[in-house]
Write a protein that binds this ligand. Structure first.
Ligand code: KDG
Ligand code: MG
Length: 412
Protein backbone atom coordinates (compact mmCIF):
# COMPACT_ATOMS: atom_id res chain seq x y z
CA UNK A 1 0.00 0.00 0.00
CA UNK A 2 2.50 2.59 -1.18
CA UNK A 3 1.19 6.13 -1.44
CA UNK A 4 1.73 7.51 -4.93
CA UNK A 5 -0.55 10.55 -4.94
CA UNK A 6 -1.35 13.18 -2.30
CA UNK A 7 -3.79 15.91 -3.35
CA UNK A 8 -5.19 18.79 -1.32
CA UNK A 9 -8.70 19.74 -2.41
CA UNK A 10 -10.22 23.04 -1.31
CA UNK A 11 -13.90 23.56 -1.89
CA UNK A 12 -16.47 26.05 -0.68
CA UNK A 13 -20.01 24.70 -0.97
CA UNK A 14 -21.45 27.39 1.30
CA UNK A 15 -18.32 27.41 3.48
CA UNK A 16 -14.67 26.38 3.01
CA UNK A 17 -13.39 22.84 3.49
CA UNK A 18 -9.87 21.43 3.13
CA UNK A 19 -9.59 17.74 2.24
CA UNK A 20 -6.49 15.62 1.75
CA UNK A 21 -6.86 12.74 -0.69
CA UNK A 22 -4.26 9.98 -0.69
CA UNK A 23 -4.09 7.30 -3.39
CA UNK A 24 -1.99 4.15 -3.17
CA UNK A 25 -0.27 2.40 -6.04
CA UNK A 26 -2.67 -0.55 -5.61
CA UNK A 27 -5.68 1.74 -6.04
CA UNK A 28 -6.89 2.53 -2.52
CA UNK A 29 -8.13 6.07 -1.92
CA UNK A 30 -8.44 7.69 1.51
CA UNK A 31 -9.64 11.15 2.49
CA UNK A 32 -9.05 13.28 5.57
CA UNK A 33 -10.41 16.60 6.84
CA UNK A 34 -7.96 19.45 7.56
CA UNK A 35 -10.40 22.36 7.75
CA UNK A 36 -9.38 25.15 10.13
CA UNK A 37 -12.14 27.74 9.97
CA UNK A 38 -10.86 31.17 8.87
CA UNK A 39 -7.25 29.93 8.47
CA UNK A 40 -7.84 27.22 5.85
CA UNK A 41 -5.02 28.17 3.47
CA UNK A 42 -2.37 27.83 6.17
CA UNK A 43 -3.26 24.12 6.43
CA UNK A 44 -3.39 23.84 2.63
CA UNK A 45 0.17 25.13 2.37
CA UNK A 46 1.37 22.98 5.29
CA UNK A 47 -0.05 19.91 3.57
CA UNK A 48 0.85 20.75 -0.04
CA UNK A 49 4.28 22.25 0.52
CA UNK A 50 5.58 20.30 3.52
CA UNK A 51 3.66 17.07 4.04
CA UNK A 52 2.49 15.73 0.65
CA UNK A 53 6.07 15.38 -0.71
CA UNK A 54 7.03 13.33 2.38
CA UNK A 55 4.13 10.93 1.94
CA UNK A 56 4.86 9.90 -1.63
CA UNK A 57 6.53 6.47 -1.56
CA UNK A 58 5.60 5.75 2.06
CA UNK A 59 3.57 2.79 3.32
CA UNK A 60 -0.08 3.77 3.95
CA UNK A 61 -0.55 0.92 6.40
CA UNK A 62 1.86 2.47 8.95
CA UNK A 63 -0.57 4.89 10.61
CA UNK A 64 1.12 5.32 13.99
CA UNK A 65 4.59 5.54 12.51
CA UNK A 66 3.45 8.18 9.99
CA UNK A 67 1.84 10.19 12.83
CA UNK A 68 4.99 10.09 14.94
CA UNK A 69 7.17 10.96 11.92
CA UNK A 70 5.07 14.00 10.97
CA UNK A 71 4.81 15.21 14.57
CA UNK A 72 8.43 14.72 15.61
CA UNK A 73 10.34 15.32 12.38
CA UNK A 74 8.85 18.81 12.01
CA UNK A 75 10.66 19.75 15.24
CA UNK A 76 7.99 22.49 15.73
CA UNK A 77 5.24 20.72 17.64
CA UNK A 78 1.56 21.24 18.35
CA UNK A 79 -0.55 24.18 17.18
CA UNK A 80 -3.81 24.17 15.22
CA UNK A 81 -2.25 24.28 11.74
CA UNK A 82 0.19 21.45 12.35
CA UNK A 83 -2.37 19.30 14.16
CA UNK A 84 -5.10 19.84 11.55
CA UNK A 85 -2.63 18.84 8.82
CA UNK A 86 -1.56 15.72 10.73
CA UNK A 87 -5.25 14.96 11.41
CA UNK A 88 -6.00 15.03 7.68
CA UNK A 89 -3.22 12.51 7.00
CA UNK A 90 -4.25 10.30 9.92
CA UNK A 91 -7.91 10.19 8.85
CA UNK A 92 -6.98 9.42 5.24
CA UNK A 93 -4.77 6.54 6.40
CA UNK A 94 -7.54 5.07 8.62
CA UNK A 95 -9.90 5.39 5.64
CA UNK A 96 -7.45 3.46 3.46
CA UNK A 97 -6.87 0.81 6.12
CA UNK A 98 -10.62 0.28 6.51
CA UNK A 99 -11.11 -0.01 2.76
CA UNK A 100 -8.21 -2.43 2.43
CA UNK A 101 -9.67 -4.55 5.27
CA UNK A 102 -13.23 -4.27 3.93
CA UNK A 103 -14.35 -2.91 7.31
CA UNK A 104 -15.73 0.34 8.71
CA UNK A 105 -13.10 2.16 10.78
CA UNK A 106 -15.00 1.63 14.05
CA UNK A 107 -14.42 -2.12 13.66
CA UNK A 108 -10.67 -1.52 13.44
CA UNK A 109 -10.88 0.54 16.64
CA UNK A 110 -12.34 -2.37 18.60
CA UNK A 111 -15.91 -2.55 17.35
CA UNK A 112 -19.10 -0.84 18.48
CA UNK A 113 -19.55 -0.09 22.19
CA UNK A 114 -23.12 1.13 21.62
CA UNK A 115 -25.89 1.11 19.02
CA UNK A 116 -25.73 4.79 18.13
CA UNK A 117 -24.39 8.17 19.23
CA UNK A 118 -26.63 10.57 21.10
CA UNK A 119 -26.23 13.96 19.45
CA UNK A 120 -27.19 17.51 20.32
CA UNK A 121 -28.22 20.32 18.00
CA UNK A 122 -28.07 24.11 18.27
CA UNK A 123 -31.30 25.88 19.11
CA UNK A 124 -31.05 29.65 19.12
CA UNK A 125 -33.07 32.83 18.85
CA UNK A 126 -32.69 36.52 19.44
CA UNK A 127 -35.67 36.36 21.80
CA UNK A 128 -37.13 33.61 24.01
CA UNK A 129 -40.03 33.17 21.55
CA UNK A 130 -37.64 32.58 18.65
CA UNK A 131 -35.62 30.26 20.85
CA UNK A 132 -38.68 28.18 21.81
CA UNK A 133 -39.61 27.81 18.11
CA UNK A 134 -36.07 26.70 17.38
CA UNK A 135 -36.12 24.14 20.23
CA UNK A 136 -39.43 22.73 18.96
CA UNK A 137 -38.08 22.55 15.41
CA UNK A 138 -35.05 20.62 16.65
CA UNK A 139 -37.25 18.24 18.64
CA UNK A 140 -39.31 17.59 15.51
CA UNK A 141 -36.10 16.62 13.77
CA UNK A 142 -35.40 14.07 16.46
CA UNK A 143 -32.94 15.96 18.66
CA UNK A 144 -33.21 14.80 22.26
CA UNK A 145 -30.49 17.07 23.64
CA UNK A 146 -30.35 20.73 22.77
CA UNK A 147 -27.85 23.55 23.05
CA UNK A 148 -29.45 26.85 23.96
CA UNK A 149 -28.03 30.23 22.83
CA UNK A 150 -29.89 33.54 22.80
CA UNK A 151 -29.39 37.20 22.15
CA UNK A 152 -28.59 39.44 25.12
CA UNK A 153 -30.61 42.67 25.53
CA UNK A 154 -28.54 45.64 24.41
CA UNK A 155 -26.12 43.60 22.27
CA UNK A 156 -26.54 43.73 18.48
CA UNK A 157 -25.21 40.31 17.58
CA UNK A 158 -23.44 37.59 19.52
CA UNK A 159 -22.02 34.13 18.92
CA UNK A 160 -24.43 31.27 18.42
CA UNK A 161 -27.55 32.89 16.96
CA UNK A 162 -28.44 31.43 13.58
CA UNK A 163 -30.19 33.54 10.96
CA UNK A 164 -32.51 30.62 10.20
CA UNK A 165 -32.82 28.80 13.50
CA UNK A 166 -36.01 26.89 12.82
CA UNK A 167 -34.30 24.38 10.59
CA UNK A 168 -36.64 24.02 7.61
CA UNK A 169 -35.04 20.79 6.47
CA UNK A 170 -37.97 19.57 4.41
CA UNK A 171 -37.78 22.19 1.70
CA UNK A 172 -34.02 21.96 1.51
CA UNK A 173 -33.34 25.14 3.50
CA UNK A 174 -31.22 23.70 6.30
CA UNK A 175 -30.20 25.16 9.59
CA UNK A 176 -26.54 25.81 8.80
CA UNK A 177 -25.24 28.40 11.21
CA UNK A 178 -21.84 29.37 9.92
CA UNK A 179 -20.35 32.23 11.90
CA UNK A 180 -17.41 32.75 9.50
CA UNK A 181 -18.47 35.41 7.06
CA UNK A 182 -17.13 35.78 3.56
CA UNK A 183 -15.18 38.95 2.95
CA UNK A 184 -11.77 40.49 3.45
CA UNK A 185 -12.15 41.47 7.12
CA UNK A 186 -13.74 39.83 10.18
CA UNK A 187 -17.16 41.12 11.22
CA UNK A 188 -17.18 43.07 14.48
CA UNK A 189 -19.64 42.03 17.19
CA UNK A 190 -20.24 43.54 20.62
CA UNK A 191 -20.02 42.10 24.09
CA UNK A 192 -20.99 42.97 27.65
CA UNK A 193 -20.32 40.36 30.33
CA UNK A 194 -22.56 41.85 33.04
CA UNK A 195 -25.63 41.90 30.76
CA UNK A 196 -24.89 38.33 29.66
CA UNK A 197 -24.49 37.01 33.22
CA UNK A 198 -27.76 38.67 34.24
CA UNK A 199 -29.69 37.47 31.21
CA UNK A 200 -28.70 33.82 30.67
CA UNK A 201 -30.20 32.37 33.90
CA UNK A 202 -33.55 33.99 33.02
CA UNK A 203 -33.44 32.26 29.63
CA UNK A 204 -32.82 28.85 31.19
CA UNK A 205 -35.58 29.42 33.71
CA UNK A 206 -37.99 30.20 30.86
CA UNK A 207 -36.84 27.15 28.88
CA UNK A 208 -37.27 24.83 31.88
CA UNK A 209 -40.75 26.29 32.53
CA UNK A 210 -41.73 25.70 28.91
CA UNK A 211 -40.06 22.35 28.20
CA UNK A 212 -39.88 20.71 31.64
CA UNK A 213 -37.05 19.12 33.61
CA UNK A 214 -36.21 16.12 31.38
CA UNK A 215 -34.75 17.71 28.22
CA UNK A 216 -30.92 17.72 28.38
CA UNK A 217 -29.80 21.34 27.82
CA UNK A 218 -26.34 22.63 26.97
CA UNK A 219 -24.84 26.11 26.73
CA UNK A 220 -21.64 27.52 25.19
CA UNK A 221 -20.07 30.54 26.92
CA UNK A 222 -17.52 30.58 24.08
CA UNK A 223 -14.39 31.57 26.05
CA UNK A 224 -15.66 35.03 27.02
CA UNK A 225 -15.52 34.86 30.83
CA UNK A 226 -12.83 35.17 33.48
CA UNK A 227 -12.61 32.29 35.97
CA UNK A 228 -14.63 34.09 38.66
CA UNK A 229 -17.30 35.12 36.11
CA UNK A 230 -17.42 31.52 34.88
CA UNK A 231 -17.86 30.33 38.48
CA UNK A 232 -20.71 32.81 38.90
CA UNK A 233 -22.42 31.61 35.72
CA UNK A 234 -22.05 27.93 36.61
CA UNK A 235 -23.53 28.58 40.03
CA UNK A 236 -26.44 30.63 38.72
CA UNK A 237 -27.30 27.88 36.20
CA UNK A 238 -27.32 25.04 38.76
CA UNK A 239 -31.12 25.15 39.30
CA UNK A 240 -31.62 24.42 35.56
CA UNK A 241 -29.59 21.19 35.58
CA UNK A 242 -27.41 21.69 32.48
CA UNK A 243 -25.91 18.71 30.67
CA UNK A 244 -22.87 20.96 30.34
CA UNK A 245 -21.55 24.48 30.32
CA UNK A 246 -19.01 24.77 27.52
CA UNK A 247 -15.84 26.86 27.24
CA UNK A 248 -16.67 28.91 30.32
CA UNK A 249 -13.10 30.28 30.20
CA UNK A 250 -10.48 30.11 27.43
CA UNK A 251 -8.66 27.49 29.60
CA UNK A 252 -5.27 28.17 28.06
CA UNK A 253 -4.48 28.60 31.73
CA UNK A 254 -5.57 25.15 32.83
CA UNK A 255 -5.25 26.03 36.54
CA UNK A 256 -8.02 28.61 36.16
CA UNK A 257 -10.53 25.77 36.06
CA UNK A 258 -9.75 24.95 39.71
CA UNK A 259 -11.45 28.13 40.77
CA UNK A 260 -14.52 27.44 38.63
CA UNK A 261 -14.76 23.90 40.00
CA UNK A 262 -14.59 25.08 43.61
CA UNK A 263 -17.75 27.10 43.11
CA UNK A 264 -20.09 25.09 40.91
CA UNK A 265 -21.37 21.59 40.24
CA UNK A 266 -22.53 22.47 36.71
CA UNK A 267 -20.69 19.98 34.44
CA UNK A 268 -17.96 21.56 32.31
CA UNK A 269 -16.95 20.84 28.72
CA UNK A 270 -13.75 22.28 27.25
CA UNK A 271 -11.36 21.79 24.40
CA UNK A 272 -12.62 22.64 20.92
CA UNK A 273 -9.63 24.93 20.40
CA UNK A 274 -7.14 22.53 22.00
CA UNK A 275 -5.04 20.37 19.74
CA UNK A 276 -2.97 17.92 21.77
CA UNK A 277 -3.16 15.84 24.94
CA UNK A 278 -0.80 18.38 26.53
CA UNK A 279 -3.55 21.02 26.48
CA UNK A 280 -5.61 18.67 28.64
CA UNK A 281 -2.89 17.27 30.88
CA UNK A 282 -3.75 19.13 34.07
CA UNK A 283 -7.50 19.54 33.62
CA UNK A 284 -7.93 15.81 33.08
CA UNK A 285 -5.55 14.73 35.86
CA UNK A 286 -7.22 17.08 38.36
CA UNK A 287 -10.72 16.23 37.07
CA UNK A 288 -11.46 19.87 36.34
CA UNK A 289 -13.72 19.06 33.37
CA UNK A 290 -16.38 16.46 32.55
CA UNK A 291 -16.29 16.39 28.74
CA UNK A 292 -13.48 16.60 26.16
CA UNK A 293 -14.63 18.89 23.33
CA UNK A 294 -11.90 18.24 20.76
CA UNK A 295 -12.70 17.41 17.16
CA UNK A 296 -10.78 14.66 15.38
CA UNK A 297 -10.01 17.31 12.73
CA UNK A 298 -8.24 19.71 15.11
CA UNK A 299 -6.52 17.23 17.41
CA UNK A 300 -4.17 15.22 15.22
CA UNK A 301 -6.75 12.77 13.92
CA UNK A 302 -8.28 9.56 15.24
CA UNK A 303 -4.93 8.25 16.53
CA UNK A 304 -4.22 11.21 18.80
CA UNK A 305 -7.76 12.00 19.98
CA UNK A 306 -8.19 8.35 20.96
CA UNK A 307 -5.16 8.73 23.24
CA UNK A 308 -6.67 11.87 24.80
CA UNK A 309 -9.98 10.07 25.38
CA UNK A 310 -8.33 6.94 26.77
CA UNK A 311 -6.46 9.16 29.24
CA UNK A 312 -9.74 10.95 30.09
CA UNK A 313 -11.50 7.63 30.67
CA UNK A 314 -9.28 6.93 33.68
CA UNK A 315 -10.88 9.96 35.35
CA UNK A 316 -14.49 9.22 34.29
CA UNK A 317 -14.34 12.10 31.81
CA UNK A 318 -16.30 11.53 28.61
CA UNK A 319 -16.19 12.61 25.00
CA UNK A 320 -18.23 15.52 23.67
CA UNK A 321 -16.59 15.89 20.27
CA UNK A 322 -16.86 19.20 18.46
CA UNK A 323 -19.19 18.95 15.46
CA UNK A 324 -20.05 22.36 14.01
CA UNK A 325 -20.46 22.73 10.25
CA UNK A 326 -16.81 23.76 9.93
CA UNK A 327 -15.87 20.14 10.62
CA UNK A 328 -16.41 18.57 7.18
CA UNK A 329 -18.50 15.42 6.69
CA UNK A 330 -15.17 13.53 6.59
CA UNK A 331 -14.22 14.87 10.03
CA UNK A 332 -17.72 14.14 11.32
CA UNK A 333 -17.55 10.56 10.08
CA UNK A 334 -14.17 10.12 11.80
CA UNK A 335 -15.72 11.40 15.06
CA UNK A 336 -18.60 8.94 14.70
CA UNK A 337 -16.33 5.93 14.17
CA UNK A 338 -14.25 6.92 17.20
CA UNK A 339 -17.32 7.71 19.32
CA UNK A 340 -18.96 4.40 18.49
CA UNK A 341 -15.86 2.44 19.49
CA UNK A 342 -14.70 4.06 22.75
CA UNK A 343 -16.27 3.19 26.09
CA UNK A 344 -16.33 6.76 27.46
CA UNK A 345 -18.50 8.33 24.76
CA UNK A 346 -20.64 11.16 26.17
CA UNK A 347 -22.46 13.05 23.43
CA UNK A 348 -21.75 14.22 19.86
CA UNK A 349 -22.39 17.73 18.57
CA UNK A 350 -24.23 17.54 15.25
CA UNK A 351 -25.32 20.65 13.35
CA UNK A 352 -26.04 19.07 9.96
CA UNK A 353 -24.39 20.36 6.80
CA UNK A 354 -26.12 22.23 4.02
CA UNK A 355 -27.52 20.45 0.96
CA UNK A 356 -24.69 22.04 -1.09
CA UNK A 357 -22.07 20.54 1.23
CA UNK A 358 -23.80 17.15 1.04
CA UNK A 359 -23.67 17.32 -2.77
CA UNK A 360 -19.85 17.44 -2.56
CA UNK A 361 -19.37 14.95 0.30
CA UNK A 362 -21.50 11.81 -0.07
CA UNK A 363 -21.99 10.25 3.35
CA UNK A 364 -22.93 6.82 4.63
CA UNK A 365 -23.62 8.01 8.18
CA UNK A 366 -27.19 8.18 9.34
CA UNK A 367 -29.31 10.25 11.73
CA UNK A 368 -32.36 8.73 13.28
CA UNK A 369 -34.35 9.44 16.46
CA UNK A 370 -31.62 11.61 17.94
CA UNK A 371 -28.83 9.12 17.26
CA UNK A 372 -26.01 9.09 14.71
CA UNK A 373 -24.34 6.02 13.25
CA UNK A 374 -21.28 6.04 10.97
CA UNK A 375 -22.65 3.29 8.74
CA UNK A 376 -20.96 0.09 7.63
CA UNK A 377 -19.15 1.07 4.44
CA UNK A 378 -15.48 0.12 4.49
CA UNK A 379 -13.28 2.98 5.72
CA UNK A 380 -14.83 6.24 6.92
CA UNK A 381 -17.79 5.96 4.54
CA UNK A 382 -17.54 9.42 2.95
CA UNK A 383 -16.63 10.10 -0.69
CA UNK A 384 -15.62 13.41 -2.18
CA UNK A 385 -17.12 14.26 -5.57
CA UNK A 386 -14.22 16.15 -7.12
CA UNK A 387 -16.25 17.53 -10.05
CA UNK A 388 -18.89 18.86 -7.69
CA UNK A 389 -16.18 20.26 -5.38
CA UNK A 390 -14.66 22.10 -8.36
CA UNK A 391 -17.88 24.11 -8.78
CA UNK A 392 -17.23 25.88 -5.46
CA UNK A 393 -13.84 27.63 -5.38
CA UNK A 394 -12.34 28.87 -2.10
CA UNK A 395 -13.66 32.19 -0.82
CA UNK A 396 -11.91 34.15 1.89
CA UNK A 397 -13.89 34.10 5.14
CA UNK A 398 -13.17 35.09 8.72
CA UNK A 399 -14.73 34.31 12.07
CA UNK A 400 -16.09 37.47 13.75
CA UNK A 401 -14.45 39.18 16.72
CA UNK A 402 -15.77 41.13 19.72
CA UNK A 403 -15.22 44.65 21.00
CA UNK A 404 -16.44 45.96 24.34
CA UNK A 405 -18.33 49.26 24.55
CA UNK A 406 -15.04 51.16 25.11
CA UNK A 407 -13.49 49.63 21.99
CA UNK A 408 -11.35 46.95 23.68
CA UNK A 409 -11.01 43.71 21.72
CA UNK A 410 -12.60 40.84 23.65
CA UNK A 411 -12.73 37.05 23.23
CA UNK A 412 -15.45 36.10 20.76
O1 KDG B 1 -15.13 27.86 13.79
C1 KDG B 1 -15.57 28.17 15.06
C2 KDG B 1 -16.66 27.22 15.45
O2 KDG B 1 -16.22 25.91 15.28
C3 KDG B 1 -17.11 27.38 16.87
O3 KDG B 1 -17.46 28.72 17.10
C4 KDG B 1 -18.31 26.48 17.12
O4 KDG B 1 -18.14 26.86 19.48
C5 KDG B 1 -18.55 26.19 18.56
C6 KDG B 1 -19.35 25.00 18.89
O5 KDG B 1 -19.46 24.70 20.07
O6 KDG B 1 -19.84 24.37 17.96
MG1 MG C 1 -18.14 25.70 21.31
Amino acid sequence: MIIDKAEVIVTSPGRNFVTLRLTTADGHVGIGDGTLNGRELAVVSYLRDHVAPLLIGSDASRIEDTWQFLYRSAYWRRGPVTMAAIAAVDMALWDIKGKAAGMPVYQLLGGASRNGLMAYGHASGKTNEELFDSIRAHQELGYRSIRVQTGVPGLKSIYGIASNATFEANDGVRYDHEPAQRGAFPAEEDWDTRSYLRHIPTVFEAVRNEFGPELPLLHDAHHRLTPIQAAQLGKSLEPYDLFWLEDCTPAENQEALRLVRQHTTTPLAIGEIFNTVWDYQQIIREQLIDYVRSAVTHTGGISHLKKVLDYASQYQIKSGMHGPTDVSPVGMAAAMHLGLAIHNFGIQEYMQHSAQTDSVFKQSYSWSNGFLHPGNEPGLGVTLDVDEAGKYPYEQAYLPFNRLADGTVHDW
